[in-house]
Design a protein around this ligand. Sequence first.
Ligand code: PMP
Ligand code: GLU
Length: 394
Amino acid sequence: MQLLSDRILNMATSATLAMAAKARELRGEGKDIIGLSLGEPDFNTPDFIKEAAIQAINDNYNSYSPVDGYGELKDAIITKFKRDNNLTYTPAQIVVSTGAKQSLANIAGVMINEGDEVILPCPYWVSYADIVKLNDGVPVEVKTSIDTDFKMTASQLEAAITPNTKMLWFSSPCNPSGSVYSKDELRALADVLVKHPNIYVVSDEIYEHINYGEGHVSMAEFDDMYDRTITVNGVSKAFAMTGWRIGYIGAPEKIARACNKMQGQITSGANCIAQRAVITALNESPSRVQYMIDEFKVRRDLILSLLNDIEGFNTNTPEGAFYVFPNISHFFGKTFRGTTINNASDFSMYLLEEALVATVDGGAFGNPDCIRISYAASQEQIIEAIKRIKEVVS
Ligand code: PMP
Ligand code: GLU
């Protein structure tokens, strides 16, 4: 009998984490790798949040929390949703999880039946497709290109809908393209969805605060979408808390209850110290973390100007998150230093081996003409990385 399940054998390894592990391994061998692969702020968690965690340890928070999160944390999340997104939720609609990744896995686990289709505008965040497949769902990729700023149009959404469509999953600001849907663009998608009342939306808003443009709009803000939208958010990105592992949802009560039930059999409540710290993080004004967003914007402008200087990197202007997603298909079929580049995976590996710069193959995000470069790194690292890239593709 086969040792491992078909389920795990058929699952792709997370490309972002795999590249980060490879970069770490090469660094261990003494190579001077610049890591622009992982979507992780390079800032420390702000002191006011760290102090809340230390206080929680000293206050003897050491027992299991309620499975769906402490009541005080749910209250802070409700305050945050109201303050930042004009969304009204009750405690029964909130579930706190071990990262937004678990929130997404919960949603898939409680909503997808075999053969249900989930529409994923491409490029999408790397784990969406595999979380859907793990739950016997069928990812339906909707291709977008740099010409529409990598955003799905209403007519593309309409064309992708079938009688089996269960959900639409998307992130805005988008990982990996950095694109942000405007209110009008979201409304146009909502206008299609109101004609299909059985379709639910997973609106992944984890980059909400990392927005350099007009400001964030939540799909659930539209009255006719509120009952059909699961708003996913977390503290990893805006608060530089990736390792603390706290994410959360605001959802229709039935779905929230189901996620709570799922989590109760799989992980129980999220880490209790991290939950206490997040109460403090969310009760504060987002202006406390604006210094990080300001710095990301400077880096975005820097990396765009440096990339524009290299022939073959065709890039949109990302309005949020901390990634650029250049189309590098110009290099396909070309040979550099004895290596022929046939696709984005070859290109990303070539950059790792020759420029010692870690990026991620866009194919992992559903767009094999692009690579993702994270600019959550210092300005010095960005300048050095792009200089090295320029050298190896000239
Ligand atoms: N959604 C998106 C779009 C992301 O980029 C990430 C990256 N971490 C997640 C969800 C998951 O975040 P976490 O589990 O760290 O909360
Ligand atoms: N979300 C980040 C990224 O896209 C972190 C890695 C991960 O969880 O996949 O790089």
